[in-house]
Structures are given as C-alpha cells and as structure tokens.
Design a protein around this ligand. Structure first.
Ligand code: TYD
Length: 219
C-alpha cells in the first residue's frame, strides 16, 4: 500500500536492460523540470554511499558464487537505505521522486528470474521499504532479444546482464504479469519504437497521472 502520509509524488521507471530506460529517464526528468516540477532522481541499485557499495558487490561479474537469496537481500538492503535516506525525506518535502528501478525490478529479476518466488521477494521488500510503493510505474517493454542486441553493442555487461535469453524472457513475462495485476499503478509503454515516440508516451502518462492527482499545474 502506498504511504498516504507523504506529500510528494513517487514515480518509477522499469524495464529490461537495453530497452533505452536511461535515455527515457533523462528525457522525462528534463521535461518535468521544464514544466516547473521539483524533480528528485534516484537510481537502483545504489543512490546512497552505502547503496553504491552494495551495487558494486551485486553487479561485479567476479561474484559468480552469489546465492539467489543473498542477491535479493542485497538489492533490498540498498533499497532500504535509499528509502530511508533519500526517498522519504524528498517526498516529505513535496518533491516529485523519479526512480530508475524500484521494487518491481526485484520481483521480476530475483522473484521470477531466479525462481525465488515473487511472494517471498515482495515480502522482503515490504520490510525493506516499510511498504512504500510508487504512485505510478512506467514499464518500458520491448522484445528481450532485440534489447539485448542493443545492450551488447553498447558496452560491456555486468553480472546480471550476462544471464541468458531465457532469464530475460522470464523477467519480461513477470513485468507484464505485474502490470496486468495492477494496471492502476503500472502502465506498459511500447519501447520498441523511436526515442521521441516513446518519450511522448512516457511524458503523456506522467502528465495524465499528475492531472488526476490534481497536481497538473505547479504554483
Ligand atoms: P544498471 O547498470 O543500473 O542497469 P540499468 O541501466 O539497466 O538499470 O544495473 C542494474 C542491474 O541490476 C540491471 O541488470 C537490473 C538489475 N537489478 C535487479 O536484478 N534487481 C533489482 O532489484 C534492481 C534494482 C536491479
């Protein structure tokens, strides 16, 4: 359940590696700032001094012996720190928090992808975040194989990105299942198109949401 005591707005971006999430995140951030929103950005795993240390452990390809449960708990630990240190204070100040990944990444990548079970990972994350969920989540969806081509041509891969095509298909399936189960919070955006087209849809979804919250116009 979203925490109703907070004043700000919490929006997350999700999607498989290689779907263009970082580009869309930056474009959305700039577009909202241009409209006068006090945007506060965070990224996962990481986003705090402690979280960045966790990030380097969890993504290091040398850590191939990491147990699935340890991996899920490390992501949750990084998230707990981020929520406490940065997200809750920003929301309390009425900011619009834009997160590059949040709980849904763990549900898809660890819960389904690693076979830990979505319910178990949800529970761990409920504890880690005190039950804080985004008000709106945009899921950038694209064919996992095409997204992978984009990724491998772009840069060297981390421990998670090195997992095979079956893993990526499972992650995508879970993301889509999460969206189907909670269509009010999760909106699916077809990311298999040009950057501008995707951006327009992302921005429209966010502006539409802000309008329904009576937050369409900033003083
Ligand atoms: P990052 O380099 O930030 O990737 P991206 O630019 O795609 O967000 O690395 C994050 C990696 O960690 C990415 O492969 C997804 C994975 N991840 C999880 O498996 N579970 C999680 O809970 C989170 C937040 C990320």
């Amino acid at each position: 359940m979203p925490d109703r005591r907070k004043q700000g707005v919490f929006i997350s971006l999700e999607g498989l590696d290689g779907v263009g999430k970082s580009t869309q995140f930056d474009r959305l951030c700039r577009a909202l700032e241009a409209r006068g929103w006090p945007v506060f950005t965070v990224r996962e795993p990481g986003g705090t001094a402690i979280g960045e240390k966790v990030r380097s452990i969890v993504l290091d390809p040398a850590n191939h012996e990491m147990a699935p449960a340890a991996e899920a708990l490390l992501y949750a630990a990084s998230r707990a720190q981020l929520v406490e240190e940065r997200i809750r204070p920003a929301l309390a100040q009425g900011k619009l928090v834009l997160a590059d990944r949040y709980v849904d990444s763990s549900l898809a990548y660890q819960g389904r992808g690693l076979g830990l079970g979505v319910g178990a990972v949800r529970e761990v994350n409920g504890f880690a975040t005190g039950g804080l969920l985004p008000d709106l989540t945009l899921l950038l969806d694209a064919d996992p194989d095409r997204a992978m081509d984009h990724l491998t041509s772009a840069r060297s891969s981390d421990r998670i990105e090195r997992r095979g095509p079956d893993y990526r298909r499972d992650v995508r399936r879970e993301y889509l299942a999460l969206a189907e189960a909670d269509p009010d919070r999760l909106k699916v955006i077809d990311a298999g198109r040009g950057i501008d087209e995707v951006h327009q849809d992302v921005l429209s979804a966010v502006l539409e949401f802000l309008k329904t919250r009576g937050r369409g116009v900033r003083a």
